[in-house]
Ligand binder design. Sequence first.
Ligand SMILES: Cc1cc2nc3c(=O)[nH]c(=O)nc-3n(C[C@H](O)[C@H](O)[C@H](O)COP(=O)(O)OP(=O)(O)OC[C@H]3O[C@@H](n4cnc5c(N)ncnc54)[C@H](O)[C@@H]3O)c2cc1C
Length: 446
Amino acid sequence: MLSATLPSLNAGFVLPGDPSWDHARSAFNLTLDQHPAAVALPADARDVAAAVAYARAAGLRVAPQGAAHNQGPLGNLEGTLLLNTSALQEVNVDPAARRVRVGAGVKWERVLGRLNAYGLAALHGSSPDVGVAGYSLGGGIGWLSRKFGLQSNAVTALELVTADGTLIRTDAEHDPDLFWALRGGGGSFGVVTAIEFEVQPLDRLYAGAMFFELDRAGDMLHTWHELLPEFPEELMSWASVIHFPPAPFVPEFARGRSLAIIMAAHLGAEAEGRDLLAPLRALGPVRDTFAMVPPIVLSDLAMDPLDPLPFRLTSALVDTLPVDELMTTIETAGPALTVAQFRHMGGAIARETPGAGARATLPGEICAMGLGVVMDEDGDAAVRGALAEFDAHLRPHRAGDYANFVEVPVDASAFFTPDVWTRLRAVKATYDPTDLFKGNHHVPPA
Ligand SMILES: Cc1cc2nc3c(=O)[nH]c(=O)nc-3n(C[C@H](O)[C@H](O)[C@H](O)COP(=O)(O)OP(=O)(O)OC[C@H]3O[C@@H](n4cnc5c(N)ncnc54)[C@H](O)[C@@H]3O)c2cc1C
């Protein structure tokens, strides 16, 4: 039962029993069944401050939620106000300064077309449906990351409502410790209302996908894996095996098919890109979409689902891939392992730059991710089994974990070195000593 008087937010509060309750409390992953005390839908930063003040007075905690792609780690939301930022939709691009400012509810899809028109590109990831805020607060590995690093470190300023209900702007000069913590430390420090970040000049690049029949998956993975040490930072490549549903978001020729795929983005000339990928092309793709393209092509190159779906996910940052073992699981699991994806890491992702945030770098040569779509109870058992096996093959080669790809509640200290974790907890104690804010991968106060 909510005790304090509800403030009159423009876009309102949604309470259990309200007609829109189930929609308001939902997340992208439909296996989640979130039961917060209430959901706030603030229309602007002032509303956010009012909602935070209300929660404090009512003895509730506050969990910020953007596009809801990583809500699994939040766990139990009893006694918690879910603060949904989806109405904060400002998008401003300053092409001369190569700076973008977006409201906390903005998804990448609203930014990328505008940048493309100016010959600019952001360090976004595989899905245009993901929220800029959640992605940037947790790290952000995308197509340009081997060259330009993690999105967290492209962030130049953040505006947020802190635990005492004030709206502040933080950057390298203002509340620098908080600015450091937010860039990788996630949603434990306040409710971000706006985020500003740097983007890169990029007119055209050599990018696309090569699709192979499923029986070529082993050869494709071996060849890709062997090529990685030769690939320059200008080339980002992902190797995947995907069982596509017959859904509209899937390119027509791939609908309902199981395919092995190399996707890549090369910041350079076509001839150079072709040379780098030649050993993979020699394996005989059944379709090859590589061409010189504008950066907007990267927004949906990965063919990620755009609508919520029920899934389980596992991931690991590894130094090397046990390809033969993984292929055994890929072959036996079939569609229970709906997506097995391996992303090349290293380059600027592994190099700390001056002024970087709490997520300065990520370890590992490869980011491995296994995802299973859960259709029913039997299917769930098969998905869990496949992901457990996938995980077991990777464990001996593990270099670390990437928080944004961890979909279950875990001890967040595992994502950081002891020094970074200690500093994050100290910042939390300064800005939120009573632990009002519940982040997805939570940082408790020191
Ligand atoms: C289909 C799919 C594709 C993906 N592809 C990539 C990829 O290519 N690269 C990559 O790095 N990641 C990727 N991710 C992971 C993604 O980066 C994380 O799920 C990210 O947290 C999503 O942010 P969100 O706003 O969409 O989700 P949310 O679940 O809304 O946000 C996640 C957490 O961020 C914090 N947060 C969000 N908004 C705020 C705010 N305004 N103030 C304070 N805290 C806030 C909260 O703690 C929240 O629980 C992908 C995820 C999915 C589902």
